[in-house]
Ligand binder design. Sequence first.
Ligand code: ADP
Ligand code: ASP
Ligand code: MG
Length: 412
Amino acid sequence: MPTLVMKFGGTSVANLDRIRRAAKRVGVEVAKGYDVIVIVSAMAGKTNELVGWVNETSPLFDAREYDAVVSSGENVTAGLMALTLQEMDIPARSWQGWQVPLMTNSAHSQARIEDIPPHNINQKFAEGMKVAVVAGFQGVSPEGRITTLGRGGSDTTAVAFAAAFGAERCDIYTDVDGVYTTDPRICSKARKLEKISFEEMLELASLGAKVLQTRSVELAMRYKVKLRVLSSFEEQTDEAGTLVVDEEEIMESNVVSGVAYSRDEAKMTVVSVQDRPGVAATIFTALSDGGVNVDMIVQNVSEEGITDMTFSCPTDQVARAEKAMNAVRDAGHLEFESLIVDYDVCKVSVVGIGMRSQSGVAAKMFKILSDEGINIKVITTSEIKISVLIDRKYMELAVQALHDAFELDKAA
Ligand code: ADP
Ligand code: ASP
Ligand code: MG
């Protein structure tokens, strides 16, 4: 039997009615003759609530216990989805990560998938089960503890299953009807894309477009999984949604094809460190060991051998960053005067494979922002993207102005 993977995000399983609606969609594919693997997220808002409880209980939590708590949301929806399908006379069974088993490494709260042995689920398919409902976002470490795959990780579960089972396609059902030129919730002129390249989707995702988790796009690219994003709220055709495809399949490409933003960024400056070999290594090793995901980095011009080091990281990692910096100072490995934290920043980025061959995009981006009176605090670039850190209050304005100026509302 051909296999299909269908993933339903939080809003698509937010209550029993929505679970029934999603189950009906699954029924349509079962009727076409597919063995279906359904990956479910927790009900909308549930994971946030669980993360909130963990933070309130223990701000610098033990990530093993964080995983024990936050993985639980998906267990509920997996069981409910299996029951709903059974009520529709579709043979279905639920699976938690450890039961599959979905094997990961031990990087709790950010674990990476290492293996998905298919035989347990395949055996059930051979016995007549039509739908395997798998709790997304979770796995099991070599030590036998529950792990989670980072926020938005059910997308990655879905793509990994599609690769492991050689699925014909991996359909990601969500609350928008595809991938847009930017988040349609903050820019009304955002345009739905029929296709997007893996490379661009990877950049958009890693720069904050949460419609797909970055790792899911990486896996789809590596294992050539046919990946589609579509709405669980509309009647679907075989052509619905957005397909993520190889670059060669895109005929025309704009220089800029999307704008992404990441709201919850913080900027930290380590004031007055010595400008000598080894200082950056000390700072960033301590941050990495402390579990801080550093994003942008700038080192100021030094004066009399003293400089400032500025970096950005997610706001919820600032406490860890401060702890790591104070610890290296207390241990005598680093001297600095103070730490300055700016919580009110965000990152806005433009992405496009056309940037490889066309210059001037950065200049245009900076001009657009300056025309809006937006000051740029940090800049980073790569082959196909330019990112800036700006005050958070300008986030929507910056996204809309860039979307307009790069004419993303018009088809290529
Ligand atoms: P799910 O719960 O289904 O996984 P998510 O909330 O994780 O859904 O992702 C879908 C959301 O991603 C949309 O509601 C939208 O606000 C946001 N989003 C951000 N950027 C984009 C984009 N370029 N295209 C589509 N949606 C986007
Ligand atoms: N429930 C998890 C989250 O909210 C995983 C997911 O939905 O993809 O991050
Ligand atoms: Mg998601």
